[in-house]
Design a binder for this molecule. Structure first.
Ligand code: UT7
Length: 330
């Protein structure tokens, strides 16, 4: 195994200014603040407003801050991976657009589409490039403008999602800190429960698909919940066992923020007290690929070198996974 590990050496996130509250949503669909709060834990979410603005614009805001924080020039970046399911356009990759807008000229870049597990999939992928020894500075950005894919007449989905972006810089580390282990899983048969029906090669856009509102997120929430609550907890426990970690050894759980009940169940299965769990779903909702970096960014001041951190996610695909890392800086 490589002695070089990939360590997160900086983080920055971005949430658009406009805040859509439960109260405002209740004026447009048949819902209540009470239902949303008790069923999901969400109170408000940020929404990107402004014509011509997309996922790349939020990602660029996060990356500009990241480069500044870490005293890094855009030309020094070797690789940029963007985790998103709301790309600026079907092609080219949003990562290519981000690189252009952020002045990242000496890198290659690509997108990873793994829905809510995309940030974890991307972090794992980036870590392998670093461990190869050939890549010194890699950016992983998770970004989604979910408001572009959500049907604001469908109360089952529109209350859940929000917009945001978060980026990390990864660099080689030789002192044992960084990404230690990862477990990733896919079960494509789960696609029937969570997908976007039209706009792909099977069902290209037509007047009919638009009339049938098939370009929005379709989710059978109850079915997804069942798989999410089991698999996210199972994989978090699996990575603990594999690395001989007890709850006492873990400083933080950073769970994907899809539903407070799923987060609580995962923490309970791991035997973790709530004060070791990063939770900000109440202020952002489910920002898909941005949830985990938004948490790390908000908790950055509390993180200490050597902290044992578990990241865990579940999402459309189905995809799920967990990463065990040791934080690399104070
Ligand atoms: O992030 C990627 C993966 N996604 C997830 O992990 C999401 C997993 N699923 C969930 O988080 C939950 O299933 C939801 C939050 C989506 C829904 O919560 P639920 O407790 O599973 O509710 P439900 O779908 O079983 O609906 C219960 C009731 C239904 O009414 P009836 O049939 O019992 O009369 C729904 O029509 O709640 C109704 N309902 C609502 N009521 C008020 C559904 N959405 C709403 C709403 N406001 N927004």
């Amino acid at each position: 195994m490589s002695s070089i590990k990939a360590a997160i050496t900086g983080i920055q996130a971005f949430a658009p200014e406009y805040i859509l509250t439960n109260k405002e949503l209740a004026t447009t669909v048949d819902t209540t603040d009470e239902w949303i709060t008790t069923r999901t834990g969400i109170k408000e979410r940020h929404i990107l407003k402004g014509k011509g603005l997309g996922t790349s614009d939020m990602a660029v805001e996060a990356i500009k801050g990241l480069l500044k924080n870490t005293n890094t020039l855009p030309e020094e970046i070797d690789l940029l991976i963007c985790a998103t399911i709301t790309p600026d356009m079907a092609f080219p990759a949003t990562a290519n657009i981000i690189s252009d807008k952020a002045g990242i000229k000496n890198a290659f870049s690509f997108d990873i589409n793994a829905a809510c597990s995309g940030f974890i999939y991307s972090l794992f992928t980036a870590s392998k490039y670093i461990e190869s020894g050939s890549f010194k500075k890699v950016i992983v950005v998770g970004a989604d403008k979910m408001s572009s894919a959500v049907d604001y007449t469908d109360r089952q989905t529109c209350v859940i999602f929000g917009d945001g972006a978060g980026a990390v810089l990864l660099e080689p580390s030789a002192n044992g800190n960084g990404i230690i282990d990862s477990i990733l899983r896919t079960d494509g048969s789960g696609r029937i429960h969570l997908h976007q029906k039209a706009g792909g090669s099977v069902k290209p856009a037509s007047y009919e698909t638009v009339d049938n509102r098939e370009h929005f997120v379709y989710q059978d929430g109850k079915a997804v919940f069942k798989f999410a609550v089991t698999n996210m907890a199972d994989i978090a426990v699996e990575i603990m066992k594999k690395n001989h970690l007890t709850a006492n050894d873990i400083s933080w759980l950073v769970p994907h923020q899809a539903n407070l009940r799923i987060i609580d169940a995962t923490a309970r299965r791991m035997g973790l007290d709530k004060d070791k769990v990063m939770i900000n779903i109440q202020r952002y909702g489910n920002t898909t690929n941005a949830t985990i970096p938004l948490c790390l960014w908000e908790w950055e001041d509390k993180l200490k070198k050597g902290d044992n951190i578990i990241l865990s996610a579940f999402g459309g695909g189905f995809t799920w996974g967990a990463i065990y890392l040791k934080w690399a800086y104070d």
